[in-house]
Design a protein. Structure first.
Length: 285
C-alpha cells in the first residue's frame, strides 16, 4: 500500500509532540497586526495581546496561500510519500480549504502522478484536530487514504467543543457580537459559555465566576456523553491554571482514555481573547 502523508492547517491546535510522532505536516494560517504578518505559532498568546494593546492596531487572520500548501505537498513527495491526505478546517470559517484545493491543481501540473486528496473536516480547533489525529492513526494502522478520510469525518461529526470566555472584547472587535453586548457583560462581570457542534457555534449560558464556568463545562460533557471511551482535549489562551484545574476534574470525574492539553494558537486566540479555557471531546465507536 502506498505511503500517505497527512497535511493539515494550524487551526487544528494539535500538540507538537503528537504531530511529530505521527508525521503530520502543519501549514500555518496567518495573523495580521496592522500591516505586519506573523505565521500562526510564531507569537505566544501573551505576545499577541501585548502587541495588540501596545500598537492599538486591528487584529485579523488570513488563510494560508496556495503556495504554502503546494510546498507541503512538494515536501511530502520529496520525502517519499506516494500521496497526500490534506485535511482542513471548516470552509465556513476560513478560505483554507479553497487554498488547499488550488494547491492540489498546481501539484497536478508540477508533480504528475502524485495524488493529493483534500478533505474539509467541518471542524474547528481540536474538533478538527481530533479528526486529523484519527486519520493519521488510521493510516499508521494500515488504512487507505479513503478509509482514513472516512474516519476523520466520523470523528469530526461526533466531536464537540465547549468553552468559557474571559472577555467578549475580541468577539466584538471581530464583529461577531455587538459592542453593547461586550460592554454589558463587562459591566455585570458576566463570562459567556459557547459550544461548537455540527458546524455551528451557539451560546449555552453565562456565569459570573470561573469556578462555576469550569463546572458548567464538565456538565456539558456529561450531558453529551453516553459512557463510551472518551477522548478529550483541554485548550486555553493564557489561562494555564484554569486549564490545569479543568484537566484534573475531568480525569477525576469522567476518566477519559485520552486527555490532551494544548494552548490555542495565536490565530485562534484572536477570536477568543485572553482567559479562554475550553474542552473538545468525542467518544470512540
Amino acid at each position: 500500500m502506498p505511503r500517505t502523508a497527512v497535511v493539515t492547517d494550524s487551526s487544528a491546535c494539535i500538540p507538537s509532540h503528537l504531530a511529530g510522532a505521527l508525521g503530520i505536516v502543519t501549514v500555518p494560517l496567518g495573523l495580521l497586526i496592522g500591516d505586519d504578518v506573523y505565521p500562526d505559532g510564531s507569537l505566544s498568546s501573551s505576545e499577541l495581546f501585548r502587541l495588540a494593546d501596545e500598537t492599538k492596531r486591528p487584529l485579523r487572520t488570513t488563510s494560508p496561500a496556495p503556495a504554502q500548501f503546494l510546498e507541503a505537498y512538494r515536501q511530502a513527495a520529496d520525502a517519499g510519500a506516494a500521496q497526500v491526505l490534506c485535511l482542513t478546517l471548516s470552509a465556513s470559517f476560513s478560505g483554507t480549504y479553497e487554498s488547499a484545493v488550488t494547491a492540489r491543481a498546481l501539484a497536478a501540473e508540477e508533480l504528475p502522478g502524485f495524488d493529493v486528496r483534500v478533505v474539509e473536516t467541518g471542524g474547528l480547533a481540536m474538533t478538527h484536530g481530533f479528526a486529523v489525529l484519527a486519520a493519521a492513526r488510521s493510516l499508521a494502522g494500515g488504512a487507505s487514504a479513503g478509509e482514513a478520510s472516512e474516519q476523520a469525518l466520523r470523528v469530526a461529526g461526533r466531536a464537540r467543543l465547549v468553552g468559557l470566555l474571559g472577555t467578549m472584547r475580541y468577539l466584538a472587535r471581530g464583529g461577531r457580537v455587538p459592542w453593547i453586548v461586550h460592554w454589558t457583560a463587562q459591566l455585570l462581570r458576566i463570562r459567556p459559555l459557547l459550544a461548537f457542534a455540527e458546524g455551528r457555534t451557539r451560546s449555552i449560558g453565562r456565569v459570573r465566576t470561573e469556578e462555576k464556568g469550569l463546572q458548567r463545562l464538565l456538565e456539558y460533557v456529561r450531558a453529551h456523553s453516553s459512557g463510551g471511551a472518551l477522548r478529550a482535549a483541554v485548550m486555553h489562551t493564557g489561562a494555564p491554571e484554569a486549564a490545569r484545574r479543568l484537566s484534573k476534574a475531568l480525569c477525576r470525574e469522567l476518566a477519559p482514555v485520552e486527555l490532551l492539553q494544548t494552548d490555542f494558537t495565536s490565530v485562534m486566540a484572536v477570536h477568543t481573547g485572553p482567559g479562554f479555557v475550553g474542552l473538545a471531546f468525542y467518544e470512540d465507536d
